[in-house]
Write a protein that binds this ligand. Sequence first.
Ligand code: SAH
Ligand code: SF4
Ligand code: F3S
Length: 469
Amino acid sequence: MKYRDTLLSPELSAERSKYVSLVKERISGTGVLAFIQTFGCQQNEADGERVAGMAVEMGYGLTSDPAAASLIVVNTCAVREHAEKKALSSVGQYKHCKKQNPDLIIAVCGCMASQEHRADELKTKYPYVDFTFGTSDLYMLPELLWKRLCGGKRMFLIPQDEPPVAEGIPVVRASTYRAWVSIMYGCNNFCSYCIVPYTRGRERSRCPDEVEKEVRGLIADGYRDITLLGQNVNSYGRDCSFDCNFAQLLARLSSIEGDYKLHFMTSHPKDATRELIDVMASSEHIARQFHLPAQSGSDRILKAMNRHYDLEKYLGIVDYIREKLPDAVLTSDIIVGFPGETEEDFEATLDMLRRVRYDMVYSFIYSPRKGTPAGRMDGQIPEEIKGERLRRLLDVQTEISNEANHRYAGRNIRVLCCGRSTNDPNMLEGRTEGNKIVLFEGPPELEGSFVNVEVTDTRPFALYGKKLK
Ligand code: SAH
Ligand code: SF4
Ligand code: F3S
């Protein structure tokens, strides 16, 4: 497929601009505010920044107080049941805002709203929700909003089969020094437990020129830390006619001059190449960090998860990373309690953690998702066993993380200062190039700049340090 075939057509783009102008004219001078709440992953945060961008483009101010808003957009996640519950309960809380302000418009978007059964539920059980739209229909917000402002019916969009890549949507970024850049949308992998391919549609890559333009602009604006996003960045470019794979894109972007680091996520092990690791090793601009979600250490479970690699292949990549990037921070996602997971399978996962020695692991209790193959599998694991396995995994990994962090004791490292620590407001929080948290004392004006720190103490989940002159 040609890239141009997947781009939002000039006609639709013009229509979008028309609706932006209509809303803008209607609300001009009224001082109305929008409250945008985002749950979920970085991709969703990036989408939320585009929703904010469009709200501002239409003339809304932004607020963090839902009670002050005339427009509330809840950008939801559906990856686990807990995420959906949280999103629904948030939507529920805005009922009273609507009571106080009947003109309030409440919209729900993101992965939860992209599922037909949830859109139906929002329609029938949440009568104060004005409209919903999916992850692929973000660009339609001005149109939906305009129609509703004009007294149109409530709307509950179901995702398009072949959604377009919409370039040129404005962005209001949450940070002035860390930025997300989506390089592709959607997922083709259909891991058997995962809802994302159903909520985000098929893979669509952005053109490398567009990505480069955005990254250049960010670096010129002083952004220090730029994360390239995709559900599987390793398949970048495969859906399109342009001749550029992810390693080549990364090489191209990292040749831009400036004081910045590039990160990326997520890299699916089935497609992680030596070429990619070689590019990483060859550039100072690419962070020495690799998030390589294993999900399980048991070949039997990996097969049932439809992951398309086995432990041997996975460990082969890990060894190559260790060889070429000995300092790299290596992290993973693990699911415990996948249907049919035996004690032996679980032990294989623990063995893998001991063998790989990740810096950090994001571990999740398997949550059945409606419409996924794993949700219908026999052998669902009881909650108590899942909980017990998670605790055992955390025990093993905490010790490994502790040891991994201890290696930093006494070292001088460069960190990006990200402002005051939320846990300890007397301290500043820095991020190493591998995204480890470093707490140190200093003036808050350092936020957004690189700071040299000597590591004085280490914990499993953070480092402590002293700012160097
Ligand atoms: N595309 C990325 C991120 C997917 S969602 C990737 O492939 O890594 C982030 C993580 O959530 C996944 O890596 C997986 O560990 C976890 N996850 C996804 N679906 C889940 C489910 N149904 N139950 C529990 N964890 C899940
Ligand atoms: Fe989900 Fe797998 Fe796609 Fe990641 S690669 S989003 S885990 S289906
Ligand atoms: Fe992200 Fe949640 Fe969707 S993790 S892709 S917002 S289901």
